[in-house]
Design a binder for this molecule. Structure first.
Ligand code: Q9C
Ligand code: ZN
Length: 557
């Protein structure tokens, strides 16, 4: 099952016909340059090419008012002066006689992509479109957007394919307020957006772009906003946002389909975003999203105005959709303090709605950066006390996640007692042990011991017996070095404590040169203790352990 690339040359027809510095960046070359680069890299040829079709009036009507669609239809016959006047009635919008046709193709491309993925013709795909869509509203164009391509695709997936849970990931650097408005009271669509915000001083200057906008009514908790309050956010900030906000919530939501509002104005070089994330970051983000919804990821282009950065980022995303390994991320993988503040504020705002954000209590994320580039942190997790893999996530009868309780709310106490009882009986049924007494243990060798750690983290002094460590290390040249061997002893000890059920999770630091070998040993050691399934998540520079076969089996097991 492959990757679809949906496109139509006609979408290059719309262009700005008058002088407007704000709008001139949304130009036809955005599409032609990206497509050329995909061809140059041989990526386009590896995709299933689909010619975009126009969305029908009924399909546009899934999101937009008939009057608005009729108004847009009328623009085809207007002269330049009239187009300019009409454009002036909206914020950051320009119309061209071909805008209606282009915008219908853009929405149609998103629909075709969703149909191809949900019919099983492809696993995933990208629609290269313009105009973009995520700012557009029921009866308003906004921010270069005419029809809300992704919102229309989501409604279509619900109506025509019967989907109950759709995740929209909006990594464009602007807040997709249009998508937020359309789904803010709808618990069947989880909308995540990060965006340049600068405490409200960046376009579109909306109060409702902040972290405390979490949705309304039955949709409470199904809008997740992560405002960036400084420019210059980079790879570490984006990965941290995924690991600490989006992915916990997304796994708990358990979507049937992931739609990506794939704007690349959040990448380095973009004049709008002023961010620092490199194109490779989008390969990693794409890979992370493919863990959801059985890999059913439909990406639709939104912004992205630096032609070189845009084309590279598009290539990175398509590469990842095709299943190619992601190139290593450059730069120090340390999030900015401002990013951690934003991430923490979203976690606090969303914690009442998501169990996965409640587990770390009040402490939140540590402020202390990881060690320098000489070392790789290996995080080990106890299989118990996490969402049981054997049972479906809890659902209400309508098939969506059961409503979560507000701690301190009126019904909370009674319901909590019931819940705890239900949960422990579920755990009993699954023959799972209670959560180990120690939440996190850290095994550090001397050079890393200076790391400042939260007070409730247990620092493991122990090491596995020397003979045992050496036996595990023997097949690996990379583990011959003293420092690597010492680190391995610590890893093995930590793993032992985890598999014993005394410790829930742990972090160990190993020299970068020994990371792959250490991981290999940790996997073998885990399997030899009877673990059936291991999830290895590598962020950044780590090759797959050499003996791991394509179907995930380890040679010899
Ligand atoms: N310098 C999209 O990326 N201008 N639309 C903001 C701040 C409007 C962006 C001015 C930007 C619209 C899809
Ligand atoms: Zn944008």
């Amino acid at each position: 099952m492959g990757t679809a690339l949906v496109y139509h040359e006609d979408m290059t027809a719309a262009r700005l016909l008058w002088d407007d510095p704000e709008c001139e960046i949304e130009c036809p070359e955005r599409l032609t340059t990206a497509l050329e680069r995909l061809q140059q890299r041989g990526l386009e040829q590896r995709c299933l090419r689909l010619a975009a079709r126009e969305a029908s009036e009924a399909e546009l009507g899934l999101v937009h008012s008939p009057e608005y669609v009729a108004l847009l239809q009328g623009t085809q016959a207007l002269g330049t002066g009239e187009l300019q006047t009409l454009s002036g009635q909206y914020d950051a919008v320009y119309f061209h006689p071909s805008t209606f046709h282009c915008a219908r193709l853009a929405a149609g491309a998103a629909l075709q992509l969703v149909d191809a993925v949900l019919a099983g013709a492809v696993r995933n795909g990208l629609a290269l479109v313009r105009p973009p869509g995520h700012h557009s509203q029921r009866a308003a164009a906004n921010g270069f957007c005419v029809f809300n391509n992704v919102a229309i695709a989501a409604k279509h997936a619900q109506r025509q394919h019967g989907l109950h849970r759709i995740l929209i990931v909006d990594w464009d650097v602007h807040h997709g307020q249009g998508i937020q408005y359309i789904f803010e009271d709808d618990p069947s669509v989880l909308y995540f957006s990060w965006h340049r915000y600068e405490h409200g001083r960046f376009w579109p200057y909306l109060r409702e772009s902040d972290a405390d906008a979490v949705g309304q009514g039955p949709g409470l908790g199904f809008t997740v906003n992560l405002p960036w309050n400084q420019v210059g956010m980079g790879n570490a900030d984006y990965v941290a946002a995924f690991l600490h906000v989006l992915l916990p919530v997304a796994f708990e939501f358990n979507p049937e389909l992931v739609l990506v509002s794939a704007g690349f104005d959040s990448a380095i070089g973009d004049p709008e975003g002023q961010m620092q994330a490199t194109p490779e970051c989008f390969a990693h983000l794409t890979q992370l999203l493919q863990m959801l919804a059985g890999g059913r990821v439909c990406a639709v282009l939104e912004g992205g105005y630096h032609l070189e950065s845009l084309s590279q980022s598009v290539c990175m995303m398509v590469q990842a959709l095709l299943g190619d390994p992601a190139p290593p991320l450059s730069g120090p993988m340390v999030p900015h303090a401002s990013a951690l503040e934003s991430i923490e504020s979203v976690r606090v705002a969303q914690a009442p709605h998501w169990m996965s954000l409640q587990q770390q209590g009040q402490r939140g994320l540590g402020r202390d950066g990881a060690s320098g580039s000489h070392a790789v942190a290996v995080t080990l997790n106890h299989p118990l006390g996490v969402a049981p893999v054997l049972s479906p996530s809890p659902r209400s009868p309508e098939g969506r996640p059961s409503p979560l309780l507000l701690p301190g709310g009126p019904e909370f106490k009674a319901a909590a007692t019931q819940d705890v009882a239900a949960l422990s009986s579920l755990l009993d049924q699954l023959r799972l042990n209670p959560t180990p007494p120690v939440r996190t243990a850290v095994a550090l060798t001397a050079p890393d011991a200076a790391l400042a750690l939260p007070s409730d983290v247990l620092c493991e002094e122990g090491s596995a017996p020397q003979e045992e460590t050496q036996a595990w290390a023997r097949p690996h040249e990379a583990l011959a070095q003293d420092r690597a061997l010492t680190a391995l002893g610590k890893v093995l000890y930590l793993l032992d404590r985890i598999l014993d059920g005394q410790v829930s999770s742990g972090i160990a630091v190993t020299p970068a040169s020994a990371a792959a070998a250490t991981l290999d040993v940790a996997i073998r050691c885990g399997l030899s203790h009877g673990a059936q399934r291991l999830l290895c998540l590598a962020v950044g520079q780590l090759d797959r352990p050499p003996d791991l076969t394509d179907d995930g089996r380890l040679e010899g097991f």
